[in-house]
Write a protein that binds this ligand. Structure first.
Ligand SMILES: Cc1ncc(COP(=O)(O)O)c(C=O)c1O
Length: 366
């Protein structure tokens, strides 16, 4: 870079939004190649249980359709018309309520962009998914933290008493990441009754089966977000959707960037929705494996697993400390997620893999 360009860049620093200069970055997953280099285990032998990804990958129909697709040079449809028919059938709610996005992450951001003015508040029930406070900060909002109970239940009374005239949005992940427990419909409706926008993040819906999506047409302040990353194995392609009241859906469509779902993701969503029997088999296998992993961990007694309705299990440590256990697993090419925050002291979150991944993990823990 030339001298002039450098000084211009430095000068522009004064113009950056003050509230963003100290923003904490979102802690993303580490790519396979980097993990492989760190532990000296080849990529294909790694056991990656740190990102709640689907160990079976996507549907074979997706791979075939992507190889054959002929229109990568054409911009994708901003209204996602090709996937709206299958999507409304899958969700059971009309397409006028649905907007697709580049992962549900994009819908979190778009929702906050629509509702937040600088200084508006967003209620976050910790411990939970890190994108909520991150996107709130990017959108100029303030995060108000309401801790969950010891069993990670949402503190409904606590949330209600945290609401004031600047509160615009409440985020509830159900099932919650990383605790794996779901919030009951009656508790969610108590929050909807406050009139604040309630975003129910159902990224793990398919592993749990409980949804409030059919209630969206009845409550204009209820929003449901879903993802194709987990059940359909499309994390790398970025596809999700939101279910909104008709007016909000219309505004989200207006403020999103036009080509927010790329052509490959659109093909993948279409093929996934045409292959739900196959994908449901894999979801069933993951649910069965979740229960087997839970029992094995419980019997082994090194970790204390929490019951989960998602595709991961949060574990406290019975013997030793979690950081050391994680380091030991890392060195064997088995990657799990480590947390050490006030509400998640020295804990591990283990994504459910294939049976052979469970066996390797249990052996390594022994
Ligand atoms: C609760 C929750 N919501 C949303 C997401 C993001 O999903 P997507 O890949 O569709 O952006 C995740 C990913 O881990 C998650 O745990």
């Amino acid at each position: 870079m030339g001298k002039m360009a450098r000084s211009t860049t430095r000068g522009a620093g004064r113009l950056i939004r003050g509230d963003l200069s100290g923003i904490e970055p979102y802690e993303p997953i580490v790519p396979l190649e980097v993990l492989s280099e760190r532990c000296g285990v080849p990529v294909e032998k790694l056991i990656k249980l740190d990102g709640n990804e689907n160990p079976y990958g996507c549907s074979p129909r997706v791979r075939r359709a992507l190889a054959e697709y002929a229109f990568y040079h054409i911009y994708p449809d901003p209204l996602h018309r090709e996937i709206m028919g299958p999507l409304e059938k899958y969700v059971g709610v009309g397409r006028e309520h649905i907007v697709a996005g580049s992962g549900s992450d994009e819908l979190i951001d778009l929702t906050l962009r629509l509702f937040l003015e600088p200084g508006d508040k967003v209620i976050n029930c910790v411990p939970t998914f890190g994108m909520y406070p991150f996107s709130t900060a990017v959108c100029g909002g303030k995060t108000v933290t309401v801790p969950r109970s010891d069993a990670y239940e949402v503190d409904i009374a606590g949330v209600k008493s945290a609401i004031d005239e600047r509160t615009k949005v409440i985020f509830i992940a159900s099932p919650n990441n990383p605790s794996g427990n779901a919030t009951s419909q009656s508790d969610l409706l108590k929050l909807v009754d406050t009139g604040v926008v309630v975003v129910v993040d159902e990224a793990y819906y398919e592993f749990c089966g409980k949804t409030v999506a059919p209630l969206v047409p009845r409550y204009s302040n209820l929003i449901v977000l879903r993802s194709f990353s987990k059940w359909a194995g499309l994390g790398g392609l970025r596809a999700g959707y939101g279910i909104f009241s008709v007016n909000i859906a219309e505004l989200i469509r207006r403020i999103k960037s036009p080509y927010n779902v790329n052509a490959a993701a659109m093909v993948a969503v279409k093929e996934s929705l045409a292959d739900t029997d196959y994908l449901q088999c894999k979801v069933n296998a993951i649910i069965a494996e979740r229960e087997r992993l839970f029992e094995k961990l419980r019997k082994q007694g090194v970790l204390v697993p929490l019951p989960s309705q998602a595709n991961f299990i949060l574990c406290r440590v019975a013997k030793g400390n979690a950081r050391k256990i994680k380091q030991g697993l890392d060195s064997k090419g088995i990657f799990v997620r480590y947390f050490d925050t006030p509400l998640l002291r020295d804990t591990l979150r283990i994504s459910v893999g294939k049976p052979e991944h469970t066996d390797a993990l249990i052996e390594a823990l022994a």
